[in-house]
Design a protein around this ligand. Structure first.
Ligand SMILES: Cc1cc2nc3c(=O)[nH]c(=O)nc-3n(C[C@H](O)[C@H](O)[C@H](O)COP(=O)(O)OP(=O)(O)OC[C@H]3O[C@@H](n4cnc5c(N)ncnc54)[C@H](O)[C@@H]3O)c2cc1C
Ligand code: FES
Length: 298
C-alpha cells in the first residue's frame, strides 16, 4: 500500500505496508524491550525520528496499529542494512501483547512515517529524553556523529562536520533506568543521567540538567536541543530553550489511529498568522520546532 501524503493538507508521505517477522527481543529496562524486525526495505528507508505503525499480522484485537519510533538499524558485516530495532515500554494492550512476542512472530507494519529529525548543522546538540523518550536518540547520535548513514539517499551529513552530541536522560529511579550500553559504545558521547529519587546520577528532573547546560557561558554550551518524553517535561525544555534563545525541536507522542493522515486523531495546535490551527502530527510531525507549537508558555 502507498499512502500519498506530503505535509500539505490532504497529502501524505509515502508509506508502504510490510509483512515481517520478529527476529529477537531483548530487555532494555524494567518493562522496556527492544524488538528486532526482519524488514530490509523499511530498515533501508527509515530516518532517525521517523516512526512506523505495527500490529499483529493476524486477528483483529487490537485492530489498530500503534506508532513506534526507530531505535536503530542493524547492519551486517558487508555494511548492508538488514533489519531494524524499536524499543517500547509496556503500558497497555498492544505493548503487553508485544512483550510476549517470540522470534518468528509475524507482524504487519506501515512506514516509514513522519518527518524525522532535521539535519543538525550546529556544533553541540543536546538530546533530552524522558523515560522511554530517550530511544530515538541512538540513531540521531550515530548519524550526527557521522557513524552511520540512514535512508536510501546519500548521507544527509555528507557536507557537515560531525557535531558533539550529549544525551540528558531522566528517569524515575535506578530500577527503571535503561541499559545505555548502545550509547556508551559510541565512546565520545557524554551521557548525563538524572533520577527523580536520586538513586542514580543527578537527583531531580532532567530539566534541571538542561537548565544548567543552557545557563552555562562555556563555549561548549549546546546550540540546539532535540527532546522527547512526557509533555510537561517537553514544554519545560521548550521554555528553557526559548529563554536561552537556543532552537529546540520536540518529538510529540500524540496517540494515533492510522499514522498516515486519514483519520485526524493525532492533531496538535500550531501557530498560524492569525492565531493557531490544527495539524496532523503523523504527517507534519511528529517532530516540530518548539516555537511553532501553540500552547501556553511555549
Ligand atoms: C510518533 C510516535 C512514536 C512513538 N514511539 C514510541 C517508542 O519508540 N516507544 C514506546 O514505548 N512508545 C512510543 N510511542 C507511544 C506508543 O505508541 C504507545 O505507548 C502505544 O501506542 C501504547 O499502546 P498500547 O496498546 O500498549 O496502550 P493502550 O492500551 O492503547 O493505552 C494504554 C494507556 O496509555 C495511554 N496512551 C496510549 N498511547 C499514549 C501516548 N502516546 N501518550 C500517552 N498516553 C498514551 C492510553 O490513553 C491508555 O490510558 C510513540 C508514539 C508516537 C505517536
Ligand atoms: S493518525 Fe490518522 S491522521 Fe494522523
Amino acid at each position: 500500500m502507498v499512502a500519498n501524503t506530503s505535509g500539505e493538507c490532504g497529502m501524505v508521505p509515502h508509506a508502504d505496508q510490510h509483512q515481517a517477522r520478529v527476529l529477537a527481543q531483548r530487555v532494555l529496562a524494567h518493562g522496556t524491550y527492544a524488538v528486532r524486525i526482519d524488514a530490509r526495505e523499511l530498515s533501508t528507508n527509515i530516518l532517525p525520528g521517523q516512526f512506523f505503525m505495527i500490529r499483529p499480522a493476524t486477528g483483529t484485537d487490537p485492530l489498530l496499529g500503534r506508532p513506534f519510533a526507530l531505535y536503530d538499524t542493524i547492519v551486517d558485516d558487508h555494511g548492508d542494512v538488514t533489519a531494524f530495532e524499536f524499543a517500547y515500554h509496556v503500558i497497555g494492550k498492544m505493548t503487553g501483547l508485544m512483550s510476549h512476542w517470540e522470534p518468528g512472530e509475524q507482524v504487519e507494519l506501515w512506514g516509514p512515517l513522519g518527518n524525522g529529525f532535521p539535519v543538525y548543522t550546529g556544533k553541540h546538540l543536546l538530546c533530552v529524553g524522558g523515560g522511554i523518550g530517550y530511544t530515538p536518540f541512538l540513531a540521531v547520535a550515530r548519524e550526527t556523529l557521522g557513524l552511520r548513514k540512514y535512508g536510501n539517499k546519500p548521507s544527509r551529513y555528507e557536507n557537515f562536520q560531525p557535531a558533539k552530541v550529549t544525551l540528558a536522560y531522566g528517569v524515575q529511579s535506578k530500577r527503571h533506568r535503561a541499559d545505555l550500553s548502545d550509547f556508551e559504545s559510541m565512546g565520545t558521547m557524554p551521557l548525563l543521567i538524572s533520577t527523580d529519587d536520586g538513586s542514580e546520577g543527578r537527583a531531580g528532573f532532567v530539566t534541571e540538567t538542561v537548565r544548567e547546560l543552557l545557563d552555562s557561558s562555556h563555549e561548549d554550551r549546546p546550540d540546539g536541543v532535540y527532546c522527547c518524553g512526557p509533555e510537561p517535561m517537553m514544554y519545560t525544555v521548550a521554555r528553557l530553550c526559548r529563554d536561552a534563545r537556543v532552537p529546540c525541536w520536540l518529538s510529540l507522542e500524540t496517540p494515533m489511529a492510522c499514522g498516515f493522515g486519514a483519520c485526524f486523531s493525532c492533531v496538535t495546535r500550531v501557530k498560524t498568522d492569525d492565531g493557531w490551527d490544527y495539524r496532523r502530527t503523523c504527517i507534519e510531525g511528529p517532530i516540530f520546532p518548539a516555537d511553532s507549537l501553540a500552547y501556553d508558555g511555549v
